[in-house]
Design a protein around this ligand. Structure first.
Ligand code: HEC
Length: 174
């Protein structure tokens, strides 16, 4: 092949090289077709599973932001905080179901979920339960309209998000 670069006049070998490349392209296209026919269900399920997990996490984050925004106001709106706290509680208790088998880094799709989630399921569930418990306390404080307690519980909830991310989320970008 280096021959071609050194002596471009040798069109015969250039042509052969081109044909070879074409054969490789065609066979890899067919290879992909066969592959996707056999295992189409699994990769697309994994992609959808990862996407809906990310959507849930964004909703969780948005709900917490909405509560924080109210707390920054001179007269926080209790209805908003109650509504959003209830949603945080519901989402937190569902969190473990957002991690079906096959939606980890081995799927090849874009995910920050660590493989250890599926290797240490008991530990992952324990950490998720800490969030669910804190979220239930936030919900209770909001239901009572106890603003200083809401502030404290919101802080605690934020801490349990962080402690799971430290262990089970690979979000280092450097
Ligand atoms: C039990 C573990 C755990 C807890 C608790 C947890 N997270 Fe996460 N979080 C993850 C993992 C794992 C990912 C990576 C998901 C992925 O990329 O597939 C993630 C990703 C996210 C993302 C990024 C979503 C995206 O678009 O890529 C946000 C935002 C987020 N979490 C917010 C929160 C908030 C807010 C809380 C607390 C209320 C929280 N998380 C609690 C494990 C957790």
């Amino acid at each position: 092949m280096f021959d071609c670069i050194d002596h471009p006049a040798k069109t015969g070998s250039l042509l052969k090289g081109g044909l070879l490349a074409a054969v490789i392209v065609v066979s890899s296209v067919f290879g992909n077709l066969v592959f996707s026919e056999v295992s189409a269900a699994v990769p697309s399920d994994a992609a959808a599973g990862i996407q809906s997990r990310k959507d849930h996490f964004k909703e969780l984050e948005d709900a917490l932001r909405a509560i924080r925004r109210e707390l920054g106001k001179p007269n926080p709106d209790l209805t908003t905080m109650r509504d959003r706290s209830k949603r945080v509680g519901a989402l937190a208790s569902q969190l473990p179901t957002w991690f079906p088998v096959g939606t980890g880094p081995e799927s090849g799709f874009d995910t920050e979920a660590e493989a250890s989630i599926w290797q240490q399921p008991a530990e992952f569930h324990r950490v998720a339960q800490v969030l669910a418990d804190q979220a239930a306390l936030l919900d209770a404080a909001s239901a009572q309209g106890d603003v200083p307690a809401i502030r404290q519980k919101l802080h605690d909830v934020g801490g349990s998000c962080q402690s799971c991310h430290d262990r089970f989320r690979n979000d280092s970008w450097w």
